[in-house]
Design a protein around this ligand. Structure first.
Ligand code: A2P
Length: 282
């Protein structure tokens, strides 16, 4: 992100009322997120305990002995004592080292064999040490979740699974499984992404142009974006919309003053195409 953009956006978000901030080491802006939080605390606008910060363990850091030092590095960058949630960003490991996307001479990713259950035990130790209040996962499917849930001697189960989730990719089966196991789904790309062709499957049509979302929006004097966000929160899915635009940051927060009818919820559910924008081909 361009220098300073993240700092200003997080400050605008906090002023608007947002308290959940979704970050990661690999976004390379955690220093700005931390600065924004600390500035807002210094201003007296919030206390640390009002903020819910989620950090992520990157693929190159799955070996158990790397987990705590990696979280400590994030805390140092943020200049915070703890994160509220620390999650395994993806269920596959890359070769450890300073290269975030290690590739061989043919351009192929260099993977690394690790045991996700051992990584999870190191995550549990971070929680026990007070460095993370809660621990969870991201981009895990049912089988990968079951592997953790069925791990002998499991101490803390994942509280959440962050996955792509929006009206075109509603995740009915995973949502049901997670509900049964008390795992919160945190929906990323809840607005259908920025449609950046370098990482987004743009063959799926733009979510916010959808006629159903726009028609329902007219009834409530809301935008398609607000309808998409309201749909998820009303079915118990946490949303983490991304915007660097102050007006849209505020728009995305104006979703608590109306409710969709059961019929509208069903109409939106029926938009599901089972196609991902974020295919994560790695
Ligand atoms: P911008 O940062 O210029 O606001 P997602 O959260 O699904 O990844 O979507 C993020 C993309 O959606 C960004 O390109 C962001 O652009 C854009 N966006 C965020 N909020 C809105 C909104 N309310 N209406 C339209 N586009 C939005």
């Amino acid at each position: 992100t361009p220098k300073g953009t993240c700092l200003e956006s997080v400050k605008t978000a906090i002023d608007t009322g947002y308290r959940h901030i979704d970050g990661a080491f690999v976004y390379f802006n955690e220093h700005e997120v931390g600065q924004a939080i600390r500035e807002k605390i210094a201003e007296g606008k919030i206390k640390r305990e009002d903020i819910f910060y989620c950090g992520k363990l990157w693929n190159t850091c799955h070996p158990p002995e790397l987990v705590r030092p990696t979280l400590e590095k994030t805390l140092k960058i943020l200049q915070l004592d703890y994160v509220d949630l620390y999650i395994i960003e993806l269920p596959m490991a890359f070769k450890p080292g300073d290269t975030i996307y290690p590739r061989d001479e043919n351009g192929k990713f260099i993977y690394h064999e690790t045991d996700l259950c051992a990584t999870w035990e190191a995550m549990e130790a971070c929680k026990d040490a007070g460095l993370a209040k809660s621990i969870g996962v991201s981009n895990f499917n049912r089988r990968q979740l079951e592997m953790i849930l069925n791990k002998p001697g499991l101490k803390h189960k994942p509280v959440s699974n962050q996955v792509e989730c929006h009206p075109y990719f509603t995740q009915p089966k995973l949502l049901e499984f997670c509900r049964q196991h008390d795992i919160v789904i945190v929906g990323y790309s809840p607005l259908g992404t920025s449609r950046d062709e370098t990482w987004v499957n743009v063959s799926s049509p733009p979510l916010l142009k959808d006629p159903v979302l726009n028609d329902i929006g007219k009834k409530y004097n809301k935008t398609a974006a607000q309808i998409a966000l309201r749909f998820n929160i009303q079915r118990g899915v946490v949303v983490i919309p991304k915007s660097f635009n102050p007006q849209r940051i505020r728009e995305n927060f104006q979703i608590f003053d109306f409710s969709l009818t059961e019929k509208e919820m069903k109409e939106i559910e029926a938009l599901n195409k089972n196609v991902r924008y974020v295919e994560l081909l790695m």
